[in-house]
Ligand binder design. Structure first.
Ligand SMILES: NC(=O)C1=CN([C@@H]2O[C@H](COP(=O)(O)OP(=O)(O)OC[C@H]3O[C@@H](n4cnc5c(N)ncnc54)[C@H](OP(=O)(O)O)[C@@H]3O)[C@@H](O)[C@H]2O)[C@@H](O)CC1
Ligand SMILES: [K+]
Length: 496
């Protein structure tokens, strides 16, 4: 598990720890870890040209002390000073180890022709110490112009603590920001490193332990790793039968959207559900049975559709491709009136946004799985762009307002549940931005719910497996949602 803490929490823990340690000890620990990571990226430190981008604060201080260590190992180190001030101790240490400092011009227009620009272009490695957790808002000038030069340079970039220009708490990016190949983060991960667009700027995230752990409370965000998902996955035993592995009720697809039913049922089947009890219109039942003959399917009686919904299920998936007509709404209400956990996706989310009390007043578990547009509909005065810009706060707000678990699909899938840390999924991929993948995801998570996983864990594990399956299915060409069917068992096997 990778844990992340908000900046305010990091600051508190940092001052408690600093009070017990000699001055500068934490920065030395951070710098040692950073220098080691830089050496790994360089492979050969001796003779390498390392350029440090140094802002006013301690983030620049870390870069300067790490540069000092690299200079002592034979690297040629230049520090481009970008801030209004510089960490004096760090700058003195670098000079005494043979490194040089170069001031960046204060005016953005002059940056491109400066000595600093020439150093950046000729570097073998760039170290981004412009701003860390002390940054606020988008990068100002001349930081922004320097970040743009770094982006255009050929050398790999190692970001100190976080890529400059991303918001540490939310991952939002306002204007230009550094794109790192490696981010070396200290003490704990920062939430913005796991959530897009910040996550997309961070590259490979390496953690350096500076002893902050005992001072830190529980995380505000978790990022599951393969071994965490392996612990969550239901493992069938010799005693397992289809009922113990879980029976999933599915009210998905419609005459108009038959594919949604085939995709969602397939997601559950290929995740190893014990049994799917499917209910739908006659034409959809035929399609589902043609593709997944193992489904226990019943045709809804048009005179009494609610009366013909299947019973004896451990969990429900409702909504994908089901439509918004009054009967679909009545069906959703009937499903939500059962005591089983319910995953409400797509059209069912839209219904819930119009009738929030359906979920708010429910005592059994509910999991909503909106994409950004649907989440915006769930929240008052919120546009899709607001959700995209700050995925973490948006999903947490929805979970609080509806008193249920919410999984926000998209560039980084995030799960929130009141009273628990949010979960960010690390396996997401732009490959999944294609029609029908959400239907498959609903089936995957439904299989986990039916097997008895709690909604937060089912959602997080489902997103992880689904993302991994997309990566496995991808052989260079684009993938479509049904390519995930064969990849799901492979993803499950890879996780173990
Ligand atoms: N926590 C820990 O345990 C440890 C923390 N450590 C390290 O300390 C780092 C935090 O250091 P920090 O507090 O000095 O702040 P930091 O991020 O360097 O920048 C602040 C300065 O940047 C500027 N600035 C702000 N916004 C800006 C903008 N948008 N655009 C441009 N400039 C902007 C502003 O400067 P000014 O404008 O006043 O010149 C402000 O004063 C942390 O990330 C980690 O690397 C480690 O050493 C070990 C232990
Ligand atoms: K940085």
């Amino acid at each position: 598990m990778r844990n992340a803490h908000a900046v305010a929490t990091v600051r508190k823990a940092e001052s408690a720890l600093m009070a017990r340690l000699p001055e500068g000890a934490l920065m030395q620990r951070a710098a040692a870890g950073l220098a080691a990571a830089c050496s790994r990226v360089l492979r050969r430190t001796y003779g390498a040209r390392v350029v440090l981008l140094v802002g006013s604060g301690d983030n620049g201080g870390d870069a300067l002390y790490a540069g000092t260590l690299l200079a002592r190992r034979g690297a040629s180190v230049r520090a481009v000073l970008v801030g209004s001030r510089v960490h004096e101790g760090g700058a003195a240490a670098l000079r005494s180890a043979g490194g040089r400092t170069v001031a960046a011009p204060r005016e953005a227009e002059s940056v491109g022709d400066s000595e600093a620009a020439a150093e950046i272009a000729a570097a073998d490695l760039l170290v981004d110490g412009l701003v860390g957790i002390g940054g606020s808002g988008g990068l100002r000038e001349p930081h922004s112009a320097v970040a743009a030069l770094a982006g255009a340079a050929e050398a790999p970039t190692v970001a100190v603590d976080l890529p400059s220009g991303i918001d540490a708490d939310t991952g939002t990016v306002d204007g230009p920001a550094v794109r790192a190949d490696v981010t070396v983060t200290f003490g704990t991960h920062k939430p913005g490193l796991f959530v897009d667009p910040g996550a997309g700027h961070a590259g490979v995230v390496e953690f350096v332990d500076i002893g902050l752990g005992p001072e830190l409370p529980g995380p505000s965000l978790e990022c599951l790793q393969a071994e965490d998902v392996a612990r969550l996955l239901p493992h069938p035993t010799a005693e397992s039968d289809k009922y113990r592995r879980g029976v999933l009720g599915m009210a998905v697809g419609s005459d108009r959207y038959r594919g949604a039913a085939v995709l969602a049922v397939g997601g559950a089947m290929r995740t190893g559900v014990g049994m799917v009890r499917y209910a739908g219109a006659e034409g959809v039942v035929t399609e589902v049975l043609n593709r997944w003959p193992e489904t226990v399917a019943s045709t809804l009686d048009p005179m009494d559709p609610l009366g013909s919904l299947p019973g004896r299920v451990a969990a429900w998936v409702v909504g994908p491709g089901r439509g918004l007509h009054p009967m679909a709404q009545a069906e959703l209400e009937a499903v939500l009136a059962t005591p089983q956990p319910v995953l409400a996706d797509a059209d069912a989310v839209t219904v819930v946004s119009k009738k929030p009390e359906l979920v708010r007043e429910r005592s059994a578990h509910t999991l909503l799985t909106p994409h950004a547009g649907e989440l915006a509909r769930l929240l008052p005065d919120t546009e899709r762009a607001d959700v995209e810009g700050d995925r973490l706060s948006s999903v947490a707000r929805a979970a609080d307002e509806y008193g249920c678990t919410v999984l926000l699909k998209g560039s980084t899938t995030v799960v929130a549940e009141p009273g628990h840390p949010a979960v960010a999924n690390p396996t997401g991929s732009p490959l999944l931005a294609t029609a029908g993948t959400g239907d498959v995801l609903a089936g995957v998570i439904g299989a986990f719910l039916a097997a008895g996983l709690a909604p937060r864990e089912a959602a997080a594990a489902g997103a992880y497996v689904h993302g991994l399956a997309a990566r496995i299915a991808h052989d260079g060409a684009a993938i479509s949602a049904s390519d995930l069917f064969d990849a799901l068992p492979l993803a499950l096997a890879e996780i173990g």
